[in-house]
Write a protein that binds this ligand. Structure first.
Ligand code: ADP
Ligand code: MG
Length: 270
């Protein structure tokens, strides 16, 4: 059973009298423990897709479910709870609170979930250790480098031990080396902790850590290829003439045996 499933998802944004259709009937299945890279030109719908995958927004039509619960059936309050418990976000712009220390930033999502003070503090320090910032817990964002801030953002995303980590261009503002260390960290979340990791990226290096690369074009999946090239990139003959042709390719790819077994092995060695 996929952890995330989208069926025929469309998303319209209304701007005065015009409507922008950002997603146009998108199908996607993501299995637990997968690392998926979402790629595609600017404006192709990547961020919109991430918002829907992360239950920050609902589709205009079609179905989006997280672990089989249909988001359109949930009350707003339940959606907020689901998001807080199951999903961690890492944004390109970090979204850290400038007046709070690294530790307090990481504690914030736990505060919203009602975690007690002692536990919050213990866990925030543990997470900052884990991302290599054990010696920076008292620093505020403006006292940290770009890469360190992004690490705080990753630690914060993990605060409530989410099953799904979503990262929208997590390396976009970073130099190559720092970017690589963030990618290594995201990969480790999948391999060691069996989290599902979905990242938007323009960077082939980032795509290289993924089990699967999903490409978007004009609000549709144009291809979905497992890492290693199997079923690579090109839509099958006969389907590529229509808009959204890649959809069949996408669902075919997601029906292939998943990487779960391999992850289970790796977890065993960790
Ligand atoms: P990407 O992340 O791939 O660059 P987006 O998902 O941000 O693409 O945007 C997809 C399309 O939807 C674009 O044409 C964009 O202009 C439009 N769009 C995104 N967000 C909004 C919004 N809040 N209001 C109106 N149009 C939007
Ligand atoms: Mg975007």
């Amino acid at each position: 059973m996929p952890v995330l499933e989208l069926r025929g998802v469309t998303k319209d944004y209304k701007l005065g009298k015009t409507t922008v259709r950002a997603l146009r009937g998108l199908d996607l299945e993501i299995e637990a423990g997968e690392v998926v890279a979402i790629m595609g030109p600017s404006g192709s719908g990547k961020s919109t897709l991430m918002h829907i995958l992360g239950a920050l927004d609902r589709p205009t039509s079609g179905r989006a479910s997280i672990e089989s619960s249909d988001l359109s059936q949930l009350k707003e309050r339940d959606l907020v709870t689901l998001r807080g418990r199951k999903i961690g976000f890492v944004f390109q712009t970090f979204n850290l609170v400038q007046t709070l220390s690294a530790q307090r930033n990481v504690e914030l999502p736990m505060t919203f979930q009602g975690v007690g003070r002692g536990e919050r503090s213990r866990r925030a320090r543990e997470l900052l250790e884990k991302v290599g910032l054990g010696d920076r817990i008292k620093h505020k964002p403006n006292e940290l480098s770009g890469g360190e801030r992004q690490r705080v953002a990753v630690a914060r995303a993990l605060a409530n031990d989410p099953e799904i980590v979503l990262a929208d261009e997590p390396t976009g503002n970073l130099d190559t080396e720092t970017g690589e260390s963030i990618l290594a960290l995201l990969k480790e979340l999948s391999v060691r902790d069996r989290k599902t990791v979905i990242l938007v990226t323009h960077d082939p290096e980032a795509a290289a850590i993924a089990d699967r690369v999903v490409r978007l074009r004009d609000g549709c999946v144009s291809s979905s290829a497992r890492h290693g090239g199997e079923g690579a990139g090109t839509p099958s003959p006969g389907t590529n003439s229509e808009a959204g042709a890649g959809r069949e390719v996408a669902s075919a790819a997601s029906r292939e045996p998943q990487s779960g077994a391999r992850h289970a092995d790796e977890v065993g060695h960790a």
